[in-house]
Design a protein. Structure first.
Length: 150
C-alpha cells in the first residue's frame, strides 16, 4: 500500500506541476510585469505613507497646503498678467499696423493740404482781380459812353 501511496503522491505532484505550468501559460505577459512593478513600488509606497503620517503629525501638512495654495494663487496671477500682456501686445500690433496703413493717407493728406493752399491762393488772386475790376468798372460812366456812341 505504501507503493500505491507513493505512486498517487507522485501523480498528484505531477498534476499540480502541470496545473501551475498551465496557469503560467494562461496568465497574460503584462501581469508579471505589473506584479514586478508593484513589488518595486511597494517600498516607495510605504515610505510615502510614513512621510505623509509624519507630516500630518508634525503639522507640516497644513503649511505645505498653504504653500501649495499660495503657489496656485501666484500661477493664476501670472496667467492673468500673461493674458494682459498678450492683449497689450495684440493692441500694439494692431496700432502699428494701423499706423503703417495710414502712412500713405498721411502723404495724400499733406498733398491735399498743398492743393487746398494753392486753391486758396488762386481764390485770393481772383478776388483781388475781381475787386480791381469792380473798382475800375465803378469809375466808368457807361451811360455817357453809350450816349457818345449813339
Amino acid at each position: 500500500m505504501s507503493d500505491n501511496l507513493k505512486t498517487a503522491k507522485s501523480a498528484l505532484a505531477k498534476i499540480h506541476q502541470d496545473m501551475e505550468a498551465i496557469n503560467r501559460l494562461a496568465k497574460p505577459s503584462y501581469l508579471s510585469v505589473l506584479e514586478q512593478m508593484e513589488r518595486t513600488m511597494e517600498p516607495i509606497r510605504r515610505q510615502q505613507m510614513e512621510i505623509s503620517r509624519a507630516l500630518e503629525m508634525s503639522g507640516a501638512a497644513a503649511r505645505i497646503q498653504e504653500i501649495a495654495s499660495a503657489n496656485q494663487h501666484w500661477q493664476k496671477v501670472i496667467k492673468q498678467a500673461t493674458a494682459t500682456s498678450r492683449i497689450t501686445e495684440s493692441l500694439t500690433a494692431a496700432h502699428q499696423s494701423w499706423l503703417e496703413r495710414i502712412k500713405p493717407i498721411q502723404h495724400d493728406f499733406s498733398h491735399f493740404l498743398q492743393l487746398q493752399v494753392s486753391a486758396k491762393l488762386a481764390l485770393c488772386d481772383t478776388s483781388l482781380l475781381l475787386t480791381a475790376t469792380e473798382r475800375l468798372m465803378a469809375g466808368i460812366d457807361f451811360v455817357r459812353f453809350r450816349d457818345a456812341l449813339d
